[in-house]
Design a protein around this ligand. Sequence first.
Ligand SMILES: O=C(O)CCC(=O)C(=O)O
Length: 274
Amino acid sequence: MVSEMDRYLFDLRGYLVLPKAIDGDHVARLNAGIDEIPAMNPGDWFGYVHRENFEASRGIAYQQIYEAGAPFEELIDHRAWIDHVKEFIGGEGTFDYNHGELFIDENFASIRGPGGAIGLHSGGHERVKRTQFRFDNGRFMCGQINILIALTPIGPGDGATMVIPGSHKSSFIHPQFAKQKIGDGASVDGVEGAIEVHLEPGDAILFVDALSHGSARRVNDGDRRILVYRYGPSWGFFRFGYRPSPELLARLTPRRRTIVWPHEPWPREPQVKP
Ligand SMILES: O=C(O)CCC(=O)C(=O)O
């Protein structure tokens, strides 16, 4: 259920915190699933899970994590957020809805140790179609809603996700933005207006990607673990060159299958009506 307060705060701030979105047992199963992934070099594959090859300062990212088993599949249409995501992406009853409800264009686990961070990126000033915030004709029509789930406690010093509340509507680039880089060791620490979002394991942040965001630098020992699932309209396509495996598509429920792959082609032969 999306409450009036959820709508108000999402519109105002560009994000919501969903406390206890995932229960403790599910968090344990997700962590166990990540533990099963062997150490890999950047660019390597474990089954259909790929270790991303980006700057080391951003930590380890396992792309296509929904391929890593049932606990990750259960997140695709999780009841804690699926109604929110549908409402904020919007499009029901319009041309945005031709192939299904939604599409996940990227999903990954991020594991980040001491020293790791990601710089400030995105913001309303960019007017990027894919990540845009929109509210028109009495309804939300956003381009991309992210669900970021904590699998470890994320408090002070843990490298929390940082957001600039309201920046999804900003007309101006943040004056410190030009000096920020997404990688190469940048972090959001010290950026005016940015706040850390502290989470317990199982809590989630829902945010429109147009919101300026990134993370603080982790200074504490140990790793921060999060999952990110990015949802958009069903006509969207993958951010990177990944595709769901035939095995995943075969075992998903019909609803999850259409969210993962709403692009099933129609039969080639013209359908002749009797
Ligand atoms: O690592 C984080 O906390 C932020 C994640 C992020 O930048 C993103 O999902 O786009």
